[in-house]
Design a protein around this ligand. Sequence first.
Ligand SMILES: Nc1ncnc2c1ncn2[C@@H]1O[C@H](COP(=O)(O)OP(=O)(O)OP(=O)(O)O)[C@@H](O)[C@H]1O
Length: 255
Amino acid sequence: MTFLEIRLIDLIDIVLVAYLMYRVYKLIKGTVALNILIGIFAFVLLWLLIKAFNMELSASIMDNFVNVGVLAFIVVFQQEIRRFLILLGSRYNLTSKFSLDKVFMNESKGMMDIYNIPLVRACENLAKTKTGALVVISKESELVDYVQTGELINGVISSQLIENIFFKNSPLHDGAVIITRNKIKAAGCILPVSQNRTLPKKVGLRHRAAMGITEATDAMAIVVSEETGRISFFSKGQMEMGVSSDELKELLSKN
Ligand SMILES: Nc1ncnc2c1ncn2[C@@H]1O[C@H](COP(=O)(O)OP(=O)(O)OP(=O)(O)O)[C@@H](O)[C@H]1O
């Protein structure tokens, strides 16, 4: 008789749970949600110990907490659950994977680099004049929800157009420009603001919005700081502050 029989499906099960836990950890790393999750984990551990030692009074009190636990979990983690589902939906967006645009547009890596040139030039010029700017470059997800919060443009990418949008007196300078499939899709868009606590204190809402969109989706983002004229690059919830235009070009084609 074998004491422990491990089937292939059990291994798949363990790997799946480990992967899900890793994704959840990545999603909430640096936010207050991580501390709450550790608190919940400690509570469940204590609850299991109390059950194991048959401590009836403590168990009955904790049982009552556990009964409403799922509801409390949804309320406390409302933001994170929402972000997780958006991320899942945008990462595995089948309609964009099989879109005919992709078949006919033949977006090779070399072609993408050509489209990045006017964008990098615009950032360079905006940085020189210390004009604040926030540009999001979509990848798989077309960011439809965020495009809808701004003004639709659908224009060919040119450095002049990007600079004009962020010119201080332009009606669209507030908010983000979204670039989708080599087109300036929209301007004046509102992005989700990151709650990441590891960001430097001096970082304001423009940088937090760039961070937020790269945490919630697979997009990249660029910020030109109005205060310092510095260019920052964001991808997968990570920020590279103060990049040169050559570094920006490289980051755009690498990510
Ligand atoms: N949720 C958001 N989505 C899109 N754009 C936003 C959002 N929140 C703020 N912004 C933009 O950021 C501008 C304010 O930037 P703020 O000065 O707070 O940020 P910052 O990170 O310190 O940037 P800077 O270094 O340019 O001052 C707003 O005028 C607006 O254009």
